[in-house]
Design a protein around this ligand. Structure first.
Ligand code: Z3D
Length: 647
């Protein structure tokens, strides 16, 4: 009996298979494991992938890369939940062949060994694994292992045809198996997306009057032209009047103030209604249809909370926690206070009723063509609930994408990803130095997080205008644009960014002055110096290098002898497409530096020199394999985005 192989560290997997790992349709997915025995047997290892709903499994051979590590790859075609199993088996024939050759080369007599080989081949023919034809071939091989000189017999035994024949006939009974591990496959948008956030009520707003879905739709062609594929709308539902917030987060609103869209619910309805000022549900459908014609998907906000005027507050008082005096405490996300909304009690006695209603709401919007949801503050709600909801929705609609707006502790953000969120907001906004970015990119791409946590890098949000942007001028906006869009598979931008809006509510605040969260902000998009053309150029680079940008695990950092220049490469699985981005993170000063590209990391080990085509600035350079001089003037361009090839 051969020893049973040991299998460890199967990837992608999450917490030993407790949660599904993630990958994306059409994206080469690496499978790896450590497979070994205590002794020196030759092994074979392979992965079996069972598609969603059963059906024919795929078998992927794994190859050893040294140190008992085995690697293979497959490209999933179907979305949904696959099952991954890794198997390993002692390859008796290969072990026998290797040892017999060694003895023979050493001058030892191998007559008995050759007979052992012949018998092994014979027993394979009896095991009956193959076709009658294969059995015949095995018997012929057996006979030739008994004829001629030892050298000739060993040559026959080691021929490619013989090895293939005997390998195929090996029964799998003695194999060790690890798994199955669930592997969730999303459609492309789950793993590769460019988001644009806009408040529809601002587009076409005039003094005191809201913009509408109709006026907002006029903006869609420009959003599409910038190269975005998701247009995300903050809540579009009726807004409460009780405790409505006024401009600049004041606690009293004037009669013309529209209130925060996240204060959901009023006389006109709740989560399944549209704000009358925006139009009707038919107008919303038309907006979705117009977006689709531009290849834009509409993403809605899923914010589980209620204005005091929401119908649920009177219809389902048990869904809220009441204090001894009968009042309900407003919601918080310390230190932030949301005085205009009530939180929902996910542990209500009517948990079933509440959860089903929330699922119904989501289904309502799915039926209106919405397949992407940005989930508001999920970390202040029940993780169990999200796990349940996402599974329920994915059962019928595996194409629905969930973005978690969780800005909290790492473990909580990771858990939300594990229970099914497709993508997550990140700390990117607060990672501005070379050291911070290097560490963060390393963590997201080179640790096990890459198996389940898909970062979406936002350059700004209505809640986050980072000091870097407040103080850095247009150059800072260009820097963060390139960083987000080139280093992350998914990125996002909140409107106004292209106009370099940088005024904070007050010194030291990350909130915008005159924030659009509390008032209409119609904008003049025709501003001559707008960043829009550069956004378009950067998104176009993404479009030309989809796989390299979507594949986070091949991201690498490269050495540059300057603290203000970051060098990051992105690479397709087969190395056929390689990008190297160099970015001057200092928006105020010219950077002069030298870069030593890590050729092995680029998959270009043997190259004598490199052809560097800068797709951002349309220029071509020749690099050597040592230090290469670069100069980046933030007043002109903060970065090179090179498409790299060997000379
Ligand atoms: C954020 C939301 C907005 C305002 C608050 C207001 C609240 C409710 C927040 C709560 C979650 C999420 C959103 N981070 O904009 O806060 O900023 O002042 O009280 O109306 O809405 O939903 O991005």
């Amino acid at each position: 009996m051969s020893p049973l192989a040991v299998i460890e560290n199967v990837r992608p997997s999450v917490d030993c298979g407790r949660f599904a790992a993630k990958t994306t349709q059409g994206l080469p997915t690496e499978i790896s494991a450590d497979v070994f025995t205590s002794a020196h047997e030759e092994l074979r290892a392979w992965a079996t992938l069972t598609p969603p709903g059963g059906g024919r499994s795929l078998e992927v051979a794994l190859r050893p890369t040294g140190n008992d590590h085995w690697v293979g790859a497959f490209t999933p075609g179907r979305i949904g939940c696959w099952q991954l199993t890794v198997s390993g088996i002692v390859d008796d024939y290969a072990t026998w062949l290797r040892d017999t050759r060694l003895k023979h080369d050493d001058g030892q007599d191998v007559t008995v060994e050759l007979e052992e080989g012949a018998r092994m081949v014979e027993s394979r023919s009896k095991a009956g694994a193959g076709s009658p034809g294969q059995r015949q071939s095995l018997l012929r091989l057996r006979d030739s292992l008994r004829r001629g000189s030892a050298a000739a017999r060993l040559r026959t035994a080691g021929s490619a045809a013989a090895v293939r024949l005997v390998t195929a006939s090996q029964p799998h009974e003695g194999a060790a198996n690890a798994g199955p591990y669930p592997l969730w496959v999303d459609r492309e948008r789950g793993g590769f997306s460019a988001w644009y956030e806009m408040f529809p009520r601002s587009e076409g707003a005039v003094a005191g009057a809201s913009g509408t879905f109709k006026t907002a739709a006029r903006r869609l062609p420009e959003i599409a032209a910038m190269g975005f594929d998701v247009v995300y709308l903050p809540p579009i539902h009726p807004i409460g009047e009780s405790f409505r917030k006024g401009p600049n987060n004041t606690l009293t609103a004037g009669s013309d103030d529209p209130g925060s869209p996240w204060a959901i619910g009023g006389a006109a309805g709740g989560h399944d209604a549209v704000h009358p000022a925006l139009g009707t549900i038919a107008d919303f459908d038309a907006f979705v249809a117009r977006a689709r014609r531009r290849r834009l998907e509409v993403a809605l906000d899923f914010a589980v909370q209620c204005s005091p005027d929401h119908p649920w507050v009177s219809e389902h008082p048990e869904w809220f926690k009441h204090r001894p005096d009968g009042s309900i405490k407003y919601a918080e996300n310390p230190p932030k206070r949301y005085q205009d909304i009530y939180p929902i009690d996910f542990d209500t006695v009517d948990r079933e009723g509440l959860w089903q209603e929330l699922k119904r709401v989501m289904r309502f919007w799915i039926d209106h063509g919405v397949r992407v949801f940005r989930v508001d503050n999920p970390h202040t709600k029940s993780i169990e609930f999200w796990s349940w909801l996402i599974e329920e929705v994915h059962r019928d609609d595996p194409d629905v994408v969930f973005l978690a707006e969780a800005f909290t502790r790492p473990r909580v953000m990771e858990r939300l990803a594990k229970v099914g969120f497709t993508q997550s907001y990140t700390y990117f906004t607060w990672r501005n130095t070379k050291h911070e970015l290097s560490e963060y990119l390393w963590q997201l791409s080179q640790t096990e997080m890459v198996d389940y946590f898909r970062p979406n890098f936002w350059v700004n949000t209505p809640d986050i205008l980072h000091e870097y942007l407040q103080l850095g001028g247009p150059a800072a906006f260009r820097v963060r644009l390139v960083l987000a869009a080139i280093t992350a598979p998914s990125w996002g931008m909140y409107s106004g960014y292209e106009l370099y809006e940088d005024a904070p509510a007050k010194e030291g605040s990350e909130e915008y002055l005159h924030s659009e969260k509390y008032q209409h902000r119609p904008r003049d998009w025709s501003y001559p110096g707008s960043l829009a053309p550069m956004v378009r150029r950067v998104n176009a680079i993404r479009g030309r290098h989809r796989e390299a940008i979507a594949l986070l695990r091949t991201l690498r950092l490269h050495y540059v002898d300057s603290d203000s220049v970051l060098a990051v490469s992105r690479r397709s699985d087969d190395g056929g497409d390689v990008l190297l981005m160099l970015c001057n993170l200092d928006p105020h000063n010219v950077a002069e530096a030298s870069c030593w590209p890590d050729l092995e990391a680029l998959g270009l080990s043997g190259a004598k020199g490199l052809r560097m085509h800068d797709e951002l600035n349309d220029a071509t350079f020749t690099w050597n394999t040592q230090g290469n001089y670069i100069l980046l003037d933030p007043a002109k361009t903060p970065a090179h985005v090179f498409s790299v090839s060997a000379l």
